[in-house]
Design a protein around this ligand. Structure first.
Ligand code: ADP
Length: 540
């Protein structure tokens, strides 16, 4: 006899999550800092009703299953309503990255065939720059500033009034598309990744696990990472699923505004790229007793490597960095740096050596590392290779482009373009992106390791290491640094600071000081731009 499962075939879809916040967490706050810096307060019941009104209004406006509805917004309550309401109509939430160039935004809008745009009033000047190259059926404006909205647009509040909070959800298959994000296009044109209801629900459950970000109903969650970048790392969905309070920073991402918000709302978990935390670190060091944050506040940090000094400084302020690794293509959370049992017995220094690694994959994310020749590398903490991943929230293709083999392997794994080692405990340690490695005399030098070590220097604020052509060695590392005001750091200083930490063939051949390192739209070092600046560099 072949025994069959007796379990129900119950779909993993968003309407369940939207209903749940109304049923179980109606009074939980959702706080948003508005452009004028005032705080807007609402709760999950109101969010639920308004998200359903939005879903109903969109359906009446002709939005059908699979249509894309774009948002151009900061992190706030109305964006959360879009996160929930748009997919509950069966349509696809397409978050546009407002930091991209207008040309890239219009390319993405046209590529995705977005039907309707919902945007913040404060972003109307940006819309003006894409208007002639796009053709939305409707443009809906969220009145965050309370100013009049011209007749050319539909006021978001009026639009909601055309819908009903009694909205009946259409039938949604768990594999239907829910949302779409484009990669930032650090190489070539941006590529679209389309998440499903199932992948989003599973990602939320995994993200909330105790061995991941441990998000529960008592948490107060602040995604600093923008909702237009990899779904703010899935945090809005995870917080909704858990019934945790959400606090959104709106457009105010400077250290002082964020610290004020953390203190005022007693935020227990925040998330963002290292550049955000670097500025907060400086603010804390300048005024160590000014803010009183929630005890043992957690900060999920990812998107770029984190220097060890950042972990140490935040620990001294009772703010704990948890490292996360992933990419738009992986929803994005793929691995997390949490110490395993027994590791807390290690010395403090040894623990930091583990915490700077990118951690262990979440359940159902499988990883392997492979060299240039396609040979699997062993997990000995030494052998390097490209990380390849697969799992239920890892994309298997790009929107309209399929699964070309340079991004996917013939046996169905995603090629991440990240180079890493994996140690016998299964901890991934990123050494570089394939395109950023310094290939010197047949050896691979990790720009990330050098950057992190240089950023530990007390007078260095930022450091980026790039490969520059060299007549003898093919490429050699050039370090570009930003130093604290009134300080100067020479090549000799850097070399003596790094002495003993690296073999001498790894030390940067030159050190250049800039007032700022160019950054990508998501706050990472823009090495492409640096490479352009130092093209044709003559070694001293
Ligand atoms: P892009 O930077 O190309 O826009 P994503 O925003 O999706 O794309 O970023 C994904 C990349 O960010 C990863 O492939 C990896 O190189 C880098 N990254 C993410 N998390 C970490 C981390 N914890 N440490 C180092 N690098 C990271």
């Amino acid at each position: 006899m072949s025994t069959k499962s007796t379990m129900m075939d119950f779909p993993l879809t968003l309407p369940h999550m939207l209903e749940r916040i109304g049923l179980y967490f109606p009074t939980i706050d959702v706080v948003s800092r508005l452009p004028d810096k005032t705080l807007h307060r609402t709760n999950y019941l109101t969010i639920q009703r308004r998200a359903k009104k939005l879903a109903s209004a969109l359906t009446q406006a002709g939005i059908k299953k699979g249509d894309c509805v774009a948002t151009l917004m900061w992190n706030h309550y109305a964006h959360l309503e879009c996160y929930m309401g748009i997919p509950c109509t069966g349509a696809v939430l397409h978050t546009l990255n407002l930091r991209l160039l207008p040309d890239d935004i219009s390319y993405i809008v046209n590529h995705a065939e977005d039907q309707i745009l919902i945007l913040d009033d404060v972003l109307l000047p940006l819309y003006e720059q894409i208007k002639d190259k796009t053709s939305f059926k409707k443009v809906i404006v969220v009145p965050l500033c309370g100013a009049e909205i011209s007749d050319e647009f539909i006021n978001y509040e009026d639009f909601l009034e055309t819908g009903s909070s009694e909205f009946e959800y259409p039938e949604i298959d768990e594999n239907d598309a829910l949302g779409m994000c484009y990669t930032s296009g650090t190489t070539g044109r941006p590529k679209g990744v389309v998440y499903s209801h199932r992948s989003t629900v599973l990602h939320s459950m995994a993200e909330a696990l105790g061995s991941a970000l441990a998000i529960n109903q008592c948490d107060v969650v602040t995604p600093v990472v923008p909702m237009f970048h990899a779904n703010a790392w899935g945090l809005p969905y995870t917080a909704v699923m858990a019934g945790a309070k959400l606090v959104f920073p709106g457009p105010h991402l400077d250290a002082e505004s964020l610290m004020d918000l953390y203190e005022q709302e007693q935020v227990t978990l925040s998330a963002g790229v290292p550049t955000i935390w670097m500025t907060i670190k400086q603010a804390l060091e300048a005024e160590p007793t000014r803010w009183k944050t929630a005890p043992n506040m957690r900060m999920a940090v990812g998107g770029a490597a984190i220097p060890e000094s950042l972990f140490r400084v935040f620990d001294s302020f009772d703010m704990k960095i948890i490292q996360a690794w992933g990419m738009t293509e992986t929803s994005p959370l793929a691995s997390i740096g949490i110490l395993k049992s027994g590791m807390s017995d290690l010395s403090e220094d040894e623990q930091y050596k583990i915490r700077v690694k990118q951690g262990v994959p979440l359940p159902f994310v499988e990883v392997r590392i492979m060299d240039d020749e396609g040979s699997l590398q062993s997990w000995d903490g030494e052998a390097q290779g490209e990380i390849q991943v697969r799992g239920p929230w890892i994309t298997g293709a790009y929107h309209k482009e399929g699964s070309q083999l340079d991004k996917f392997t013939s046996d169905g794994w995603l090629r991440t373009g990240d180079v890493a080692t994996i140690d016998p405990e299964g901890f991934i340690k990123l050494t570089d992106r394939t395109k950023d490695l310094v290939k010197s005399g047949g050896e691979w030098i990790s720009s990330v390791d050098l950057e992190n070590a240089i950023m530990d220097h007390p007078d260095v604020i930022e450091a980026a290491v790039i490969a520059v052509a060299h007549p003898k060695w093919d490429e050699r590392p050039l370090a570009v640094i930003v130093v604290k005001e009134g300080k100067s750091v020479s090549k000799t200083d850097v070399h003596s600071f790094l002495k003993g930490k690296f073999h001498k063939t790894w030390l940067p051949d030159d050190v250049e000081t800039l007032s700022e390192i160019p950054k990508t739209s998501t706050g990472k070092f823009l090495k492409k731009e640096l490479r352009k600046i130092y093209e044709g560099w003559i070694w001293k």
